[in-house]
Ligand binder design. Structure first.
Ligand SMILES: [Mn+2]
Length: 326
C-alpha cells in the first residue's frame, strides 16, 4: 500500500463519487472499485439528501468488503441507526423519535431522513443498517487519523473504556446509551460525529442568529486551530453577526477557555482528516487545513465538488494533495 485517498462526505452523490474514483485511478473489478497500490478511506455521511444513496452504498460497501476501502461512521449513519431502532422493544417508540405525536422533534426527524426512506427500502435497508452498526467512529492508521467531525482524545478514550471498541454499535446497549442525553457516551459520540460546541451564554455573551435566522446560544468549536487560546479564537458562529434582538454582534472577548474547552483543540503532530463541516469553494484555502488537520467536505450535495486528500506518507498537510474530479 503506497497511501490512502481520504474521500469527503458523499451524501448520495453517486455520479460524482464514480468520477472522483476514476480521477484517482480506481478501476472497477469483478465486484468493486480498486486501486493497484492505494486504499480509499471514507469519512462518513454516505447518505442524506442526495438522490443516488443506494448506488453510493453499493459502491462503498463493495469496496470495504473487497479491502479496497475503509470507512468511519458519520452522524447521518448514526442517526439512521437510531431512527430505525425501536426502544424499548415493542413500545412503538424509537431512539430517534418519529411517528410520535407527543414528541416535537418527531416530524423534523422524518423530514430530514426522507430521502433515505424513499430510496433505501426493504431488504436493502436492513442490509445497510446492519452494516452501519459495524462502522468504527475513528481510524488511527499510524501516520494519519480519520474521524467524521472531531478528533478528541478524551472522547475516544471514553468510548474505548466504556465499550471496549472503536465500533460500539453492534451492541444495542451502546446505541441506547449514545442516544440518552445525560449519558457520558452521548456527549463523546456527539463530539466525534458532530463536533464540539462552546456555550456563549455561559461566557456572558448574547445569543446570535445563525445563517438560517435561528437563535443560538452556542457556537461551533474550531478544534482544528492548534493556536486557539481564547473564546474569540475558538468560536465559529456560522455567519451569525446579529444578536437574537437584531443588533450587531460585537466581537467575542479574548476570554480564557476552561480545561474541557481547551481539550478540544488539536495539538498532536499527526495529520487528521475529517468531513462534516460543509466547506465552500476551493479546498486550498488555508482555513480548510492546517499543518496537521485537513477538512475534506466541500458540500458535494449543495453544488460543491466531492473532494479527496491523497496522502502518501507526508507528516504535514500539503494543500496541493487535495483532488477533485477532472
Ligand atoms: Mn456530517
Amino acid at each position: 500500500m503506497s497511501g490512502y485517498d481520504v474521500i469527503g462526505d458523499v451524501h448520495g452523490c453517486g455520479t460524482q463519487l464514480e468520477a472522483l474514483l476514476h480521477t484517482l485511478g480506481y478501476q472497477i473489478g469483478d465486484s468493486a472499485y480498486r486501486h493497484p497500490t492505494r486504499q480509499a478511506i471514507f469519512v462518513g455521511d454516505l447518505i442524506d439528501r442526495g438522490d443516488e444513496q443506494l448506488r453510493v452504498l453499493e459502491i462503498v460497501k463493495a469496496m470495504v468488503d473487497a479491502g479496497s476501502a475503509q470507512i468511519v461512521m458519520g452522524n447521518h449513519e448514526f442517526n439512521a441507526l437510531a431512527y430505525h431502532t425501536e426502544w424499548p422493544s415493542g413500545s412503538g417508540k424509537y431512539l430517534r423519535p418519529h411517528d410520535d405525536p407527543d414528541n416535537p422533534w418527531s416530524a423534523k426527524n422524518t423530514r430530514q431522513h426522507a430521502a433515505f426512506l424513499e430510496q433505501v427500502q426493504g431488504d436493502y435497508r436492513r442490509r445497510y443498517l446492519d452494516w452501519f452498526a459495524t462502522l468504527p467512529l475513528w481510524l488511527d492508521l499510524g501516520g494519519l487519523r480519520v474521524v467524521h467531525a472531531c478528533w478528541h482524545d478524551d472522547s475516544i478514550k471514553l468510548v474505548e473504556s466504556r465499550c471496549g471498541s472503536s465500533a460500539p454499535f453492534a451492541e444495542l446497549a451502546h446505541l441506547v446509551a449514545a442516544s440518552t442525553e445525560d449519558d457520558p457516551l452521548y456527549e463523546a459520540v456527539e463530539t466525534l460525529l458532530k463536533g464540539p460546541e462552546i456555550s456563549l451564554v455561559a461566557h456572558g455573551q448574547r445569543e446570535y442568529l445563525d445563517k438560517d435566522g435561528i437563535a443560538r446560544d452556542s457556537a461551533r468549536v474550531q478544534w482544528w486551530h492548534s493556536e486557539a487560546r481564547t473564546l474569540r479564537d475558538i468560536a465559529e458562529m456560522g455567519g451569525g453577526f446579529t444578536t437574537s434582538d437584531g443588533e450587531p454582534y460585537s466581537p467575542l472577548p479574548e476570554l480564557e477557555l476552561s480545561g474541557t474547552e481547551r481539550s478540544y483543540v488539536y495539538t498532536a503532530e499527526v495529520p487528521v482528516f475529517y468531513g462534516h463541516y460543509w466547506r465552500q469553494g476551493s479546498p486550498k484555502h488555508r482555513h480548510d487545513w492546517t499543518d496537521y488537520t485537513a477538512c475534506v467536505d466541500f458540500s458535494a450535495v449543495k453544488g460543491g465538488k466531492l473532494t479527496a486528500y491523497r496522502w502518501s506518507g507526508e507528516t504535514t498537510i500539503n494543500a496541493e494533495n487535495y483532488v477533485t474530479p477532472d
